[in-house]
Design a protein around this ligand. Sequence first.
Ligand SMILES: [Zn+2]
Length: 266
Amino acid sequence: MVFGFLTSRRRAGLRAQPVPPEWRQIAERNLAIFRRLSPADQEELLQHVQVFVAEKHFEGCGGLELTDEIRITIAAQACLLLLHRETDYYPRLRSILVYPSGYTAHGEHHVEGGIWEEAAEDRLGHTGQRLRALVLAWDSAKHGALDPTDGENLVLHEFAHQLDFEDASTNGTPVLESHAEYLAWGRVMNEEFEALRSAEDAGEPTLIDQYGTENPAEFFAVVTEAFFERPHALRRRHPALYERLASFYRQDPMRFVPIEQERERL
Ligand SMILES: [Zn+2]
C-alpha cells in the first residue's frame, strides 16, 4: 500500500505522542485481550488507537453521550485487526455511529428478484461498502470486549467487513500480499464456506457461526470473530482456515487466549 508522504508523516507524529494514561486504563479495564498482549503489542495497539481516534469521527446516536470509554473501547478492538500489518486505517470509513443498545434500521429490504419492501430491522451493528460509516450498539461492543472467549465480537465483525472493502469489492477477501496468498485464500475459504453450508443443511452444530453461510463476506467476518475468540478450537477443527487467518492477521491468538478459558459451544 502506498500512502501520501504527508499522511505518513502526520500518522507517525500521532503515534509518537504520549498515550493518555486514561486511554491505557480503559483498554486494560475493558479489553480482556489487551491485558494478555505483550508490552510491545500493547504499545503498538495504543499507537494505532491514537491515529484512529484522530482520523475517525465518532457520533453518539439515540441519546448516547460519547465518552473516552466508548471511543477507546471501540477503537482498541478495531485496531487489534491492524497489529503487525501495514495498514491504511480503514480508508473507506469516516464515521462511527454509536447507539446505546440495539437499534432499528428502516430501509429498503431486498426480498427476491426485483422485489423490495420497506422494512424495519433490529440491529446491533452494521456497515456497508458505500456507507462510509459503521454503526454499533455500545452495550454489545462493550460486552464483546469484556468477554473474549464467547466466540462473538460485534466490533471485530464489523471491522472485518471494512478490511474486506479495502480492495473495493465485498467478496470476503481482504487485500493480500501475493498471488500465492490469493490462491491459497480462495481454495481454503471456498472449501470451508461450502463445509459450513453443508453442516447447516444437515442441521449439525458448528464452531463457526452459521450466519457465515449468508455469503463469503459474512463468512470472513464470522471466522475473524472465531479466530480471535476461539483460536484453539478453530485451529484444531479448521487448521487450514486458521493458517490463512494467522497469515493475513500476522497474529497467533492462541498465545493470548488461554486454552482453559476458551469455552466450547459444541
Ligand atoms: Zn456482517
